[in-house]
Design a protein around this ligand. Structure first.
Ligand SMILES: *Cc1c(COP(=O)(O)O)cnc(C)c1O
Length: 429
């Protein structure tokens, strides 16, 4: 038994499934997880001293690579002054000012401690501001684990009410969340038609990155904007993954579409637990203590977390070439993977938007969650195990993204493509 296995056995006795977040348990790939002891640049090291080239990047935050000196030094400096005060601090003002400069249509910011909280609060604000109760989300989009987001389409003939997708979510909560199909505007319009004047908002991942990676078809996000304007509903971009990743200004800048509210997480914390929801002054001043929409957090705007986030955002703001570089790396990787699959005759789709990449083990185009579910999950598990054996650490589940960072070098990409070729050749021989 290696150290990871030993720790996992201990972990399973005291943590449900041995983990604090389900995907980490490696169940989708039928292996035991590696326990990570440290990370540097594009590499993570496990408790047994194995080194892996990392394409999880903590699920996105480590866009500059692991243990980046600029962020580490900012945190070390902040720690010396104390860990938490429960009172306002200078860095909260500085990060909010910076965000309003970097992100279009953002005049005010409220920090939270996770993406889940940011989304939950943005939805409450959308409901409070419109005085409407129903919300629309898309099948296969993930928005954290708040009750009203753990919902699937209802099975009733009219499908007018959502149904819980997790035990413990009350039916009464789920019914107000309606589910549309990603990249399908008529499915959104139909929900508005069935619920005239009752829908507060549409929430969408502008690039769906929790069903593998599925980009918006041309016109999809613009169409959502038009429908929301026509129906008097708010458009929420959940940019917990895409924020500060697709571009400095996130998906709004990248696709040129305006959202009313934007949620952030992951990159915004530089690896510390941070989230945020943002929007116009008029909307954000509906939030307590200015307005009637209650929202709070004991550790929100935590000084150490703000130091990490501020350092990372400042670096990105001052080094826009990071975006050109990681997108070019992802182009190169995706193209190389497509070529490898074609040469071997493997029916694999490689989806990519900016620095997000995902392979699907299906010969067909993947444009929504129903398509993504055609992917052969057993093949993904095989692929994952073989890549891991080659020293490449991918997301341990099909319905996740590969995250590139600025620390992934040309040599790393070559190494990855070599492994992809070898692994696909084995799998499809
Ligand atoms: C990760 C994620 C969340 C939830 O963020 P947590 O910090 O894990 O609570 C919400 N929305 C999207 C799009 C995400 O990828």
């Amino acid at each position: 038994m290696d150290c990871s296995e030993e720790l996992f056995e201990r972990a399973k006795k005291v943590l449900p499934g041995g983990v604090n977040s389900p995907v980490r348990a490696f169940r989708a790939v039928d292996l035991h997880p590696r326990f990570i002891s440290r990370a540097e640049g594009a590499y993570i090291y496990d408790e047994d001293g194995n080194r892996f080239l990392d394409y999880v990047c903590s699920w996105g935050p480590m866009i500059l690579g692991h243990n980046h000196p600029v962020i580490r030094q900012a945190v070390e400096k902040a720690v010396k002054d104390g860990l938490s005060f429960g009172a306002p601090t200078r860095r909260e003002v500085e990060i909010a000012e910076l965000m309003t400069r970097m992100v279009p249509n953002v005049e005010m910011v409220r920090m939270t401690s996770s993406g889940t909280e940011a989304v939950m609060s943005a939805l409450r604000l959308a409901r409070g501001a419109t005085g409407r109760e129903k919300i629309i989300k898309f099948e296969g989009c993930y928005h954290g684990h708040s009750d009203c987001m753990l919902v699937k389409a209802g099975s009733s003939a009219v499908a007018e009410e959502g149904a819980p997708s997790s035990a413990g979510v009350p039916a009464g909560t789920a019914k107000d969340t309606l589910t549309a199909q990603y990249n399908n505007l008529p499915s959104v319009q139909a929900l508005f038609d069935q619920n005239p004047g009752r829908i507060a908002c549409v929430i969408v991942e502008p690039v769906a990155a929790n069903m593998g990676v599925v980009g918006p078809d041309p016109g999809f996000l613009q169409g959502l904007r038009q429908i929301c304007d026509k129906e008097g509903a708010l458009l929420i971009f959940d940019e917990v993954i895409t924020g500060f990743r697709l571009a400095k200004g996130g998906a709004q800048e990248f696709f040129g579409v305006r959202a009313d509210l934007v949620t952030f997480g992951k990159i915004i914390g530089g690896g510390m637990p941070v989230g945020a929801f943002c929007g116009s002054r008029a909307l954000m001043e509906q939030v307590a203590p200015c307005g009637p929409v209650y929202q709070a957090g004991t550790l929100s705007g935590n000084p150490v977390a703000m130091a990490a986030g501020l350092a990372q955002l400042t670096y990105l703001n001052e080094h826009p070439e990071v975006y050109t570089r990681i997108s070019a790396s992802a182009d190169y990787l995706a193209e190389g993977m497509r070529k490898a699959a074609a040469e071997i005759g493997a029916g694999v789709q490689i989806n990519q938007v900016g620095s997000l990449v995902a392979p699907f083990f299906t010969p067909d185009k993947v444009d929504n969650f129903a398509d993504a579910k055609h992917s052969d999950l057993k093949k993904y598990a095989q692929y994952f195990a073989k890549m891991l054996a080659q020293g490449i650490y991918l997301a341990p589940a099909q319905f996740e993204a590969m995250f590139l960072s600025d620390a992934h070098s040309e040599e790393d990409l070559e190494k990855t493509l070599c492994a992809v070729k070898a692994v696909l050749a084995q799998m499809y021989s």
